[in-house]
Ligand binder design. Structure first.
Ligand SMILES: *[C@@H]1O[C@H](CO)[C@@H](O)[C@H](O)[C@H]1NC(C)=O
Ligand SMILES: *[C@@H]1O[C@H](CO)[C@@H](O)[C@H](O)[C@H]1NC(C)=O
Ligand SMILES: *[C@@H]1O[C@H](CO)[C@@H](O)[C@H](O)[C@H]1NC(C)=O
Ligand SMILES: *[C@@H]1O[C@H](CO)[C@@H](O)[C@H](O)[C@H]1NC(C)=O
Ligand SMILES: *[C@@H]1O[C@H](CO)[C@@H](O)[C@H](O)[C@H]1NC(C)=O
Length: 767
């Protein structure tokens, strides 16, 4: 649609091998094997990009001639040594990129003079030594990246002087020791990344010097044990301890971290865990990938999580009848022990089995000796309080189970219809499986008397509607699975007798509308998770999804024609919203305003999205962690500048139009430190190229209000106006193009206009 064309004007002071853009005061000399900084760079330059050269040593005063620089990129320049005073004249630089070089030592005065520096990238070097005072002049620095280096030890006071540091990145080093005062003086640090190091012990003392840290990444360190009061960090909220070798964790390990909200302990070697004392605001505890043995020792944790509404992720590794069961799906009473000897014997047998077969096998749940009251054609394990009649061709719900039964598995039978009082004598059943039972009708009161029922699985049946009284008599019901049925309406009235309902699964039904106003508040006021993927929803009444607790909403694979902005009429707690695979071609301004304060994850892939208003994401800020927009038809993107907290963004498979209108994105990409896949779809010449690799942006003129204000005013004013000139971006411009400068005309490129003596490059888009 757009043809990007380049205008080139010759400037006297542009070094031959470089590309200069006088309007933006930028100079790029990329990949030219330069061994020194060209001395003819115009002194008013504010951005200098010298990636991929061969500088080797940065001598003292290397940038004496460019005192107005604000951005300096020296990535991949084979730099081995930064001499003391190399940057001494650069008091305006805010961003310095020295990543992917061969720097080994950070000398005491290496960074002197960089008093405005906010971001210093030193990742992917060979740094093994930080001399005292190396950073002492960097009082403005917000982010220091030292990941992927060869640090083994951090000495005392290594980061002294970083009075404004927010994020310190030390991941992927070989750190095995941190001096007690290694982090002394970092009073403003919020986030510390130490993952992928060699720390064998939690550096408790060292961490107490970090009063403001809210996020700590320690993943992939070989720690085996965390003892009492290991983590003493008063403001810590997010703690990543995954992929370590933890075999034990004291229940008091986190007692001095009262504000923790998320703890990731996934992929460790924990077999059990006691309730964690201390953190009062825990929201999520991740135990995925641990060999958790789900017996009575795990019961206190399960109860504690339930009471404190802590999301417990992960599943059981044993005993066999519970293996792969999600921890969260287990009722505390399902976590049982036999006598100590029996337990040991079972564990021993299980391990024998694993040893023999290479993987755990499901043991038959029956033990003839322990069988008591059990209907025909079912297996009951009284000790485990577990009965299964799965796939036995039952056409009526079997009766006569032991009254202590807690888990009843009836899936894959042919019940067709559940009359009222179908489950007499099951008042202790916590979990009832009725998947794949061809059920098309449930009478009112079918579950009458199931006072303890907490989990009900009715997925993959033939229900087209639900009686208002269908779940009456099961007031504890918390997790309800109705996915894979043929419901045509949101079964609101059936939810009203369920005051504890937390999670409702309705994926793969035929629901086409959500109405009326206040729907959720009236039928499921405590709901946290609502899953409506794969329905045929075309409209949602305004205010229908107002809710005091809803945090997860999946509306993906429906037929919504627009973002259901009005579904919320008041600010909500929504954290995760999936809108992927709808037919939303346009997103208007302020589409997420009412959920903007709480939203963390927003998925909008494959919607045929063509346009997003510049203000479409207004209100969303640093809280947003995940944004996906892949597989759409976007040529332009909305303003992303406020999304400074993103940890993941996907823009792939969009035909982005690589012209000046994409400049804000490109700038933003340069500003953020996460990997982004974004490729050009237009103009044809650039199709398929990464937005980060194309050079055309260099020559976009800044909108007037964005002009760098760091350059001295008089100089700027004295610059001659520029003339547009059309040229292909690919063809190198002959140096002697004749250029004539009339007034700057927008939108109408001219050829062969002359500016005597100057060559500069501008890019212009022509429709
Ligand atoms: C840089 O030097 C290398 C090896 O000396 C050479 O292969 C390469 O072509 C040079 N690149 C440029 C842009 O001069
Ligand atoms: C839990 O850990 C697993 C494995 O590391 C990870 O994939 C998952 O995203 C984590 N879940 C949460 C809620 O943090
Ligand atoms: C949606 O339906 C498709 C096709 O039946 C299925 O492959 C997919 O897993 C479903 N997604 C969800 C979230 O249910
Ligand atoms: C969002 O929905 C899409 C499309 O159904 C699905 O592929 C994706 O896994 C969902 N993502 C999450 C986090 O639910
Ligand atoms: C770059 O980041 C800074 C600091 O976070 C912010 O003030 C600025 O607006 C950002 N610029 C862009 C283009 O996103």
């Amino acid at each position: 649609m757009f043809l990007a064309q380049v205008l080139l004007v010759t400037a006297g002071k542009c070094p031959k091998v470089c590309v200069c853009d006088i309007s933006k005061l930028t100079v790029a000399c990329i990949g030219k094997n330069l061994t020194e900084v060209p001395s003819t760079i115009d002194e008013i330059t504010v951005k200098l990009d010298m990636r991929n050269n061969d500088l080797q040593v940065l001598p003292k005063g290397a940038f004496l001639h460019t005192p107005y620089l604000t951005h300096l990129n020296l990535q991949r320049c084979n730099i081995m040594k930064v001499k003391e005073g190399a940057f001494r004249t650069l008091g305006r630089v805010v961003s310095l990129n020295l990543a992917y070089n061969n720097i080994e030592i950070l000398y005491q005065e290496s960074f002197d003079g960089l008093s405005s520096l906010k971001e210093l990238l030193l990742d992917h070097n060979r740094v093994e030594e930080i001399q005292p005072g190396a950073f002492s002049q960097l009082g403005s620095l917000n982010m220091l990246a030292l990941s992927h280096n060869q640090l083994v030890y951090i000495p005392n006071m290594a980061f002294q002087g970083l009075h404004n540091i927010k994020w310190l990145r030390l991941s992927h080093n070989s750190l095995n020791n941190l001096a007690t005062e290694a982090f002394a003086g970092l009073f403003t640090l919020n986030r510390l990344s130490l993952e992928n190091n060699e720390l064998q012990f939690f550096p408790t003392q060292t961490m107490t010097r970090l009063p403001e840290v809210t996020r700590l990444d320690m993943s992939f360190n070989p720690m085996t044990y965390l003892g009492e009061e290991s983590v003493c960090m008063p403001k810590l909220k997010l703690l990543y301890l995954d992929h370590m070798s933890l075999q034990d964790l004291s229940n008091m390990a986190l007692s001095q971290a009262p504000l923790l909200s998320n703890v990731d302990l996934s992929h460790n070697q924990l077999r059990y865990l006691e309730p964690l004392q201390g953190p009062k605001e825990l929201v999520s505890l991740n135990l995925t990938g641990n060999p958790i043995y789900c017996n009575c020792y795990m019961r206190p944790l399960r109860e504690w999580a339930k009471q404190g509404r802590v999301r417990l992720r992960g599943s059981c590794a044993g005993p066999p009848h519970l293996s792969d069961e999600l921890l969260e799906a287990l009722a505390p009473l399902e976590l049982r022990c036999r006598s100590r000897e029996e337990t040991l014997k079972e564990e021993f047998e299980e391990q024998e089995e694993i040893r023999e077969s290479g993987r755990p096998t499901a043991k038959p749940t029956t033990n003839p000796k322990k069988q008591a009251k059990c209907p025909d054609n079912c297996d009951c394990n009284v000790d485990a309080q577990h009965a299964t009649c799965e796939g036995r061709g039952h056409t009526k719900v079997p009766r006569g189970f032991h009254t202590k039964l807690q888990l009843l598995d009836l899936r894959s039978n042919h019940f067709h219809y559940l009359p009222s009082k179908s489950f007499p004598g099951t008042q202790q059943v916590v979990s009832l499986h009725l998947e794949f039972c061809k059920i098309h009708e449930i009478d009112g009161g079918a579950f009458q008397g199931m006072k303890s029922l907490y989990y009900l699985y009715l997925s993959d049946n033939d229900l087209t509607s639900l009686e208002p009284r269908a779940f009456e008599g099961a007031p504890q019901l918390t997790y309800l699975h109705l996915e894979g049925n043929r419901l045509t309406q949101f079964p609101g009235s059936a939810m009203t007798p369920l005051p504890s309902l937390l999670v409702l699964h309705l994926e793969q039904n035929a629901i086409s509308k959500l109405e009326p106003t206040g729907l959720l508040l009236s039928v499921a006021p405590t709901l946290r998770g609502l899953y409506l993927s794969n329905n045929t929803i075309t409209s949602i009444a305004s205010g229908a999804l107002d809710s005091a607790y809803l945090d997860t909403l999946h509306l993906d694979s429906n037929q919504l024609g627009e973002v259901p902005t009005n579904a919320f009429s008041k600010p909500s707690r929504l954290e995760e919203l999936n809108l992927s695979r709808n037919s939303i071609h346009w997103v208007g301004p302020q589409a997420f305003q009412l959920v903007s304060k709480s939203l963390r994850r927003l998925y909008m892939d494959e919607m045929g999205l063509k346009k997003m208003s510049r203000e479409s994401l207004a209100g969303l800020g640093p809280e947003l962690k995940v944004l996906t927009l892949g597989g759409n038809q976007l040529e332009k993107l909305p303003d992303l500048s406020s999304l400074s907290g993103l940890e993941m963004i996907s823009l792939q498979d969009n035909p982005l139009s690589c012209d000046c209108s994409l400049l804000p994105l490109r700038r933003w990409l340069e500003n953020v430190t996460l990997e982004v896949t974004a490729t050009c779809g237009h103009p044809p010449k650039l199709r398929g190229q990464s937005v980060m690799d194309v050079h055309i942006f260099k020559s976009c003129s800044s909108p007037p209000d964005r002009k760098p204000d760091t350059a001295p005013k008089p100089l700027k004013a004295s610059k001659p106006k520029l003339a547009p000139l059309t040229l292909s971006p690919d063809k190198p411009q002959p140096q002697k193009t004749k250029v004539k400068v009339p007034k700057q005309t927008k939108g109408k490129p001219r050829k062969n206009v002359k500016t005597p003596g100057e060559t500069k490059k501008i890019m212009k888009t022509v429709q």
